[in-house]
Design a binder for this molecule. Structure first.
Ligand code: ADE
Ligand code: ZN
Length: 399
């Protein structure tokens, strides 16, 4: 069957690519008005009382970003951080509710800070904003809100990662509050929007192994409620000896969960080779493999699906320019690539935009969707259903 988007007026390749390049150049210019250091950010920090300006979007009330022409075809997203889905207005409301001081007190100033000098600066900003989530309801609402947004982009299935370890250790949020919130959000997302959401907690690269093991145990306890895997994220360059996490990985595996770590984003080829000891079910990013033909061949042999996020890779500056993104090289080598947003609010993107960018880089929507079906950690019934939706939209031979 022909691709459904032909009738929806997708802009021609050259134009779209020019638009994307222009957008990224402007983002780069915006960086010059940057948020400087954590000191200057502190001096601009708002007192929670001053955050009350403007109408409250309310967590579920903010309209999702407008749909784009490609939205009608179905999509799967396997790489998105729950904390990074919260749009600035909602984040400001959440901060006010929870008495958290953010380094900006309005949407414009907050959005301006989402321009990153480098990967570390991005992670610093990510940690600053994600500390805003404090209650069971925050976690539940974040899942529901993102399902609503995703639905507006034709998304059938979302696998979201979330990072409970620091929230538990630093803010004392009990694990059951976070896991119950996510699990209830998963149920509500299916009921309200017909979007299937699955989730996995993330270990912290370089973090204490005992905390990773505790996190893995909680994940296993919630297996019947939509928790499907274990991730590892954060500063991949500071990962140390990855074997420290062997026990956490074994706990997750023995409990029936999949393993999908971040590797090969900022951490390079070595990081990917090191996590292969866990026989991972997929890799978040994995794009550094493009620099090593033997490694790409190994990923092809293993059938490993990468969860690639084009805009985020430019936003964190691990890729200099979208035109230099390694997706075409991965595709040519036969590495399977699904497409995600990573942190849509923090990179000001949507899954619709990421599928369009990927298409310009040689990954068709049909192939991104099929890689999503094959790489998802869902059960067989869900996979079969996703397969049928894909075949109805794209035919049974994805390009
Ligand atoms: N946490 C949120 N986004 C991340 C990314 N792109 N890499 C590592 N850790 C993250
Ligand atoms: Zn990520």
């Amino acid at each position: 069957m022909a691709r459904a988007d032909a009738e929806h007026g997708i802009r021609p390749f050259a134009r779209l690519f020019k638009d994307a390049a222009e957008q990224l150049r402007n983002a780069d210019k915006g960086f010059r008005h940057e948020f400087h250091t954590s000191d200057s950010s502190r001096s601009r920090s708002a007192h929670p009382d001053r955050l009350a300006e403007g109408p409250s979007g309310g967590s579920g009330d903010a309209p999702p970003p407008r749909s784009r022409p490609s939205d009608p075809y179905p999509k799967i997203e396997l790489h998105v951080h729950l904390e990074g889905t919260i749009r600035p207005r909602t984040l400001l409301d959440m901060a006010r509710r929870n008495g958290v001081v953010l380094p900006a007190d309005n949407v414009e100033a907050l959005s301006e800070m989402y321009q990153y000098r480098d990967f570390d600066h991005f992670l610093e900003m990510w940690r600053t904003t994600t500390g805003t989530m404090r209650t069971e309801d925050d976690f539940r609402q974040a899942v529901i809100d993102y399902a609503r947004e995703a639905k507006s982009h034709g998304v059938e299935y979302v696998e979201t990662t979330f990072s409970p370890i620091n929230r538990n250790k630093w803010d004392g949020i009990p694990y059951p509050a976070m896991f119950n919130g996510v699990a209830d959000g998963i149920t509500a997302a299916a009921e309200r929007y017909g979007v299937t959401v699955r989730a996995m907690p993330s270990m912290i690269w370089g973090g204490p192994p005992d905390l990773a093991e505790e996190c893995a145990k909680w994940a296993v306890r919630y297996r019947e409620r939509g928790i499907v895997g274990l991730d590892a994220s954060g500063n991949e360059l500071g990962r140390g000896d990855v074997s420290q996490f062997d026990r956490a990985v074994a706990i997750a595996r023995d409990g029936g969960l999949g393993i999908v770590p971040h590797a090969g984003e900022a951490g390079g080829i070595d990081a990917i080779r090191e996590v292969l000891r866990w026989n991972p079910d997929g890799l978040q990013h994995g794009i550094a493999a493009a620099g090593d033909p033997a490694l790409m061949a190994e990923l092809v042999d293993r059938g490993t699906v990468l969860r690639v996020t084009p805009t985020s890779n430019v936003g964190t500056r691990v890729v200099a320019d979208i035109a230099e993104h390694p997706l075409p090289r991965l595709r040519e080598a036969g590495v399977r690539c699904s497409i995600g947003t990573d942190d849509p609010a923090l990179f000001n993107t949507t899954l619709g935009q990421e599928y369009e960018l990927a298409e310009q880089l040689g990954i068709s929507p049909a192939s991104a969707y099929q890689a999503g079906v094959d790489g998802a950690l869902c059960d067989d019934a869900v996979r079969q259903q996703l397969q049928e939706v894909g075949e109805a939209a794209f035919g049974d031979h994805p390009a």
